[in-house]
Design a protein around this ligand. Structure first.
Ligand SMILES: Nc1ncnc2c1ncn2[C@@H]1O[C@H](COP(=O)(O)OP(=O)(O)OP(=O)(O)O)[C@@H](O)[C@H]1O
Ligand SMILES: [Mg+2]
Length: 512
């Protein structure tokens, strides 16, 4: 370090050399000195090599606001000379060409015949990355809230639309033209119900029915379906190692995640290529590449889907999990596949990693927490229901009057007797009335006052042995927080078709 730059002597010199910020001295328009941190930050081989470079050549041609770096640098230095110091943000360029953001503090030190500029740079790369991760997380959170709000409201509307369309379809068998109109309504309604289901999955407000299962079994069961989905032009390898891989998940949801990944791979490969699905254990730590949301370090069940398709553009990569983000032509993609997968995996306590090379292929890894082996299941023989002369009688608890009416019609058409009450309190009163005889309690979950879960608890306490089937269109947050409805509660998700409803009611009656 030259003596001009070191007026405070040895102590200052040591500080100059040791600090992690880059320190530089500019005199006129040349560097006269810098510390080691500057050499490291700019990735030059030696201090002398760096000092040979003109200050203007350490910046890209333009700054982020579009102004030429040279012109703007002159202006910044002029401000520092005039006011004594100046703090601002700047893009610099390392020796290998990488552009990176720094915070700059220029301090003017007047000398006899000139003004010396003392420069401090602080690398902002890491801070910017954290800010961008935070922004991304907040955006996903906000989109999640928005989509769950929409999904919940639409679900209830869809119960009415699809349910009534279904009743029309069955009533109009002697008027084929009108019947086909009703069928169209039903088809569109069912597609809408699928979309709403995907939105609910993304917003992590779905009622999951987790069970502890071997991930290897789920994957092996899906191999055939996946090969059909990918088509004959794609060589598909499915490999499961480290069995059993116990995970606590909703098996239907995990299958959906795998199918979404396979469908994306198929589209990326244009019908030709190689797809590999691999399930095994993997260690996760801070260095795990491409991990979307951090996980506590440890060993996880890992499901990896690799394709050799077109890859994902670097600009698109941060957005692929957003709902409705798609690069596919209109009608080809909705942009909900990965958003759904993301929601399901996050709600199951896991995370997703993506690595993609444009032009070469993409690799998605689903990490799920490993679970303890489950207790062996006691297989209960299903009692063969004794045909009864009396139609089964159902107590239906539903706070939405229109839904209550519709479900009653669906069930009555299937030959059941139905008594509808608008809430948990009324249900308890009806059940306690002398002579009450019901074969099934069919109740909505989220209702004002005594909700469905509380109602079922109280009914079970009274030990009547009454079978129960829960319905849900508004899966409440508290259910999700508890990891879903308790496994021994039977649940049918709204919107449902009358066919599904009647089947589930019959099953519940048979079990009871
Ligand atoms: N394996 C992959 N290879 C290349 N790009 C992919 C891959 N997987 C996802 N993408 C990109 O991410 C985008 C979002 O994927 P996502 O599955 O969410 O929606 P989509 O496939 O476009 O539509 P949808 O799944 O709703 O039919 C895709 O449009 C595509 O650009
Ligand atoms: Mg997709």
């Amino acid at each position: 370090m030259t003596d001009v730059a070191c007026p405070g002597g040895d102590l200052y010199h040591r500080y100059f050399e040791r600090t992690g910020d880059a320190f530089l001295i500019i005199e006129g328009d040349r560097f006269v000195d810098c510390n080691d941190a500057t050499v490291r930050m700019l990735r030059y081989s030696t201090r002398d090599a760096l000092l040979q470079v003109h200050p203007a050549d350490l910046s890209p041609e333009f700054q982020p606001d579009g102004r030429p770096s040279r012109e703007k640098a002159d202006e910044m230095m002029a401000v520092a000379r005039e006011h004594g110091s100046h703090r601002f943000e700047w893009d610099h360029q390392r020796a290998d060409g990488e552009v990176f953001p720094v915070e700059v503090l220029l301090t003017a030190v007047p000398r006899e015949d000139s003004v010396m500029l003392h420069v401090v740079w602080r690398d902002l790369t890491e801070r910017r990355r954290l800010e961008s991760d935070l922004r991304q997380a907040q955006k996903m959170e906000a989109l999640g809230r928005l989509s769950s709000g929409i999904a919940h409201d639409f679900n209830n509307l869809l119960v009415a639309i699809n349910g009534h369309a279904e009743l029309l379809v069955s009533d109009l068998s002697d008027r084929p033209e009108e019947q086909s109109c009703a069928e169209e309504i039903l088809r569109a309604g069912n597609r809408a119900a699928d979309l709403v289901g995907q939105l609910l999955a993304f917003s992590r407000k779905q009622v999951l029915r987790p069970r502890t299962l071997d991930l290897g079994d789920i994957v092996a069961d899906m191999a055939g379906m996946m090969r059909r989905l990918l088509g004959e032009g794609v060589a598909t390898d499915v490999e499961v190692v480290d069995r059993p891989l116990w995970v606590t998940v909703d098996p239907g949801q995990v299958s959906q995640v795998v199918l979404n990944l396979a469908a994306n791979a198929r589209d990326a490969m244009g019908g030709r290529g190689r797809f590999r699905l691999h399930a095994g254990c993997a260690d996760v730590d801070a260095a795990t590449p491409g991990l979307r949301d951090p996980l506590p370090p440890g060993t996880y069940a890992a499901l990896t889907a690799t394709d050799d398709g077109q890859g994902i553009d670097t600009v698109d990569l941060p957005r692929i999990f957003e709902p409705f983000f798609t690069t596919k032509a209109a009608g080809r993609g909705t942009g909900l596949g990965l958003a759904t997968a993301y929601g399901i995996v996050r709600q199951s306590g896991g995370s997703i990693g993506v690595i993609s090379t444009p032009g070469a292929g993409t690799c998605f890894t689903i990490y799920l927490p490993l679970a303890a082996a489950p207790e062996p299941e006691v297989v209960e023989e299903l009692a063969v229901p004794v045909p009864s002369m009396q139609p089964a009688s159902i107590l239906l608890v539903e706070d939405e009057a229109a839904t209550g009416r519709l479900v009653r019609v669906m069930l009555e058409r299937a030959g059941f007797t139905v008594h509808v009450v608008p809430g948990g309190e009324q249900a308890l009163a009806v059940l306690a009335a002398p002579g009450a005889r019901f074969d099934l309690l069919l109740t909505d979950i989220v209702m004002p006052g005594i909700d469905g879960l509380e109602l079922v608890r109280r009914v079970r306490e009274s030990d009547t042995g009454l079978p129960v089937l829960l319905t849900s269109g508004y899966p409440a947050d508290f259910l999700a927080q508890q990891g879903g409805v308790p496994a021994d509660f039977d649940l049918i998700q709204k919107p449902f078709s009358s066919h599904d409803l009647v089947r589930r009611v019959r099953e519940a009656l048979a079990r009871g």
